[in-house]
Write a protein that binds this ligand. Structure first.
Ligand code: PEP
Ligand code: MG
Length: 570
């Protein structure tokens, strides 16, 4: 009999596969690490240095064979850092000072990184990032946290915390499922998994349940029930085969909806678009019937690498996405760094409240060296189809006016450089702060569109951290305060003759989609696999019925009452 572990299922579907422990944030692992004697810790550290150097050597050979010369050179530099006698000496000294092996490795790497950072030479200063990376790599080896590798076998990624970039960096066909210790429906790692329809369970840090799952275990992951069967027997597997067959039948039913429009029985058409994190996601999005991209989270182009992508690199990614949308709109959001999406190489000091801190457009407006190349890349990509620029985390009109000035500056620079660009790219904002939602009648004079980001709008309106599992019962998009801000935004757009859409996770809730349709929304953008479910619902409910439901809902006082009522009537 398998051991059954329970968590919160956030992406449904059944996955069967082998566990691979993953994740870059080591805090959770470090807390649970049990250190031995000083001699034992030293031995572990030495063995880890040797093994990591050996692994790097193998990777370098493989990269060279694949012609990936640049990556091979970076890995070679990392190998040299691992084998630097000074590194070993520093680690041993830290262990003497009572640190455990993984702590000592991280501390030694950090101390050396700080020294590099202080060097006047830009090249050496930039190597600090590599040193920290190397430190993490060795610490991970000691903690038994594997580096995700692309193999032939499908794996189930499992970790106390897994950064979005880890999932984004692996091909979909290699990930069968995801098990997360922390996180919630709107955590970015989960959002990426959702875009790829990867069954996912979160909340396994509770009572340290995650520790019962070991690297290499065979598991069945049931995303609907939030259940994990560790090392199931043959009979248990057979029981799941029937459910896997039903899952395949449902997928076939949804696939048949692909080319049908999202039109209500009385003829109201809603554009259903996809949220993506990479230009490589567009084909998958179109396969679910997406009519373009309503949110390209461009920050993922910046993540999972050692340095800032230049204008040319970004241009290639955006151009491909815009081209693949084939005449449909491709809304590219400028980088939304900060919150739960840090960018180590920007060296932003640690903040008490990162979700309320130096993030998104606040960084862009200060760091023109980052923002202008991004704007130029999007404007250039616009030549190859229909691109739009969307600005995240806006709280006042002054910010938007500055953005518009910078867009003009970007165009001037492009003209000087003789590069062609699209002059008619739409520029809109994310409505994801209460301030923006309240001020939409004013914003509507300046912007081409609104896209409501409920993941953050709910968080900021209800003062409720979107990633905190212990308050997830309060985090609800049907809260009447949230619904009023959404209705206000859509009405402001309608009155000004611009379009309003939604790209937060609420858009993928079929019952919510009916309410939004009644409010007059033009577009809904979501993880592509959710499109068929939402489409099916919209095709079944007339706008007249939806308006009656909306009128009832707006008289209700409580989110749970609204949710239950919608479930009953829709
Ligand atoms: C949102 O906040 O609703 C949104 C779509 O943006 P993100 O989830 O990337 O913060
Ligand atoms: Mg947001």
């Amino acid at each position: 009999m398998a051991e059954v572990i329970r968590g919160k299922g956030v992406i449904s579907g059944i996955a069967v596969g082998k566990i691979m422990l993953a994740g870059q944030n080591l805090d959770g692992y470090l807390v649970h690490y049990k250190a031995g004697s000083k001699e034992e810790e030293k031995e572990k550290a030495r063995a880890a240095l040797t093994a990591v150097a050996e692994n790097l050597r193998t990777s370098i050979e493989r990269l060279k064979k694949q012609g990936m010369v640049e990556q091979a050179a970076i890995m070679e530099a990392h190998r040299m850092m691992v084998q630097d006698p000074m590194m070993e000496e520093n680690i041993m000294a830290k262990i003497e000072e009572t640190a455990s092996a993984p702590h000592a490795v991280l501390k030694a790497a950090e101390a050396q990184a700080v020294l590099f950072e202080q060097m006047a030479d830009e090249y050496f200063a930039a190597r600090a990032v590599d040193l920290r990376d190397v430190g993490k790599r060795v610490a991970k080896f000691i903690l038994g946290v594997k580096e995700p590798e692309i193999g032939d076998e499908k794996v189930i990624l499992c970790g106390r915390e897994i950064e979005p970039s880890v999932i984004a960096g692996m091909p979909t066909e290699n990930i069968a499922g995801v098990l997360l210790g922390s996180g919630s429906t709107t955590a970015h790692a989960v959002i990426i998994a959702k875009a790829r329809a990867i069954p996912t369970i979160v909340g396994l840090n509770k009572e340290d349940r995650i520790d019962k799952i070991k690297d290499g275990d065979h598991v069945i992951l049931d995303g609907e029930r939030g259940e994990i069967l560790v090392n199931p027997s043959a009979e248990e597997r057979a029981r799941y085969d029937e459910r896997i067959r039903k899952q395949q039948e449902l997928a076939a039913h949804y696939a048949a909806l692909k080319d049908l429009p999202a039109v209500t029985p009385d003829g109201i058409k809603i554009d259903l678009m996809a949220n993506i994190g990479s230009h490589m996601d567009v084909d998958n999005a179109l396969s679910y019937g997406a009519e373009g991209v309503g949110l390209f989270r461009s920050e993922f182009v910046f993540m999972g690498r050692q340095d800032i992508p230049n204008e040319e690199d970004q241009f290639k990614a955006y151009k491909e996405a815009v081209e693949k949308c084939g005449g449909h709109l491709c809304v590219i959001r400028t980088m939304d760094i900060g919150g739960d999406k840090p960018l180590p190489y920007l060296n932003i000091p640690k903040e008490e409240n990162p979700f309320l801190g130096y993030r998104a457009v606040r960084i862009s407006l200060e760091r023109h060296d980052l923002f202008l190349p991004q704007l130029k890349a999007i404007l250039r990509a616009g030549v190859y189809g229909k691109a739009a620029i969307m600005i995240p985390m806006i709280i006042n009109v002054a910010e938007f006016k500055k953005v518009k000035e910078l867009i003009e500056e970007a165009k001037l620079e492009l003209a000087h450089e003789g590069k062609s660009y699209a002059d008619n790219v739409q520029v809109g904002i994310m409505v994801e702060t209460p301030a923006a939602a309240i001020m939409t009648p004013v914003f509507a004079k300046y912007v081409d569109f609104f896209s409501i980001g409920t993941n953050d709008l709910v968080q900021y309106t209800l003062a409720c951290d979107r990633g905190n599992a212990s308050i997830s019962h309060l985090y609800n998009h049907f809260n009447p305060a949230v619904l009023r801000l959404i209705r206000r935004t859509i009405t402001s757009a309608r009155e000004a003759g611009i379009w309003a859409g939604m790209c937060g996770e609420m858009a993928s809730d079929p019952n919510a989609a009916v309410l939004l349709m009644a409010m007059g929304i033009h577009e809904l953008s979501m993880s592509a696999p959710s499109i068929p479910r939402v489409k099916e619902k919209l095709r079944a409910v007339s706008s007249i019925q939806a308006k009656e439901v909306l009128s009832d809902v707006m008289k209700m006082e409580d989110a749970d009452e609204i949710k239950a009522y919608l479930q009953k009537v829709l």
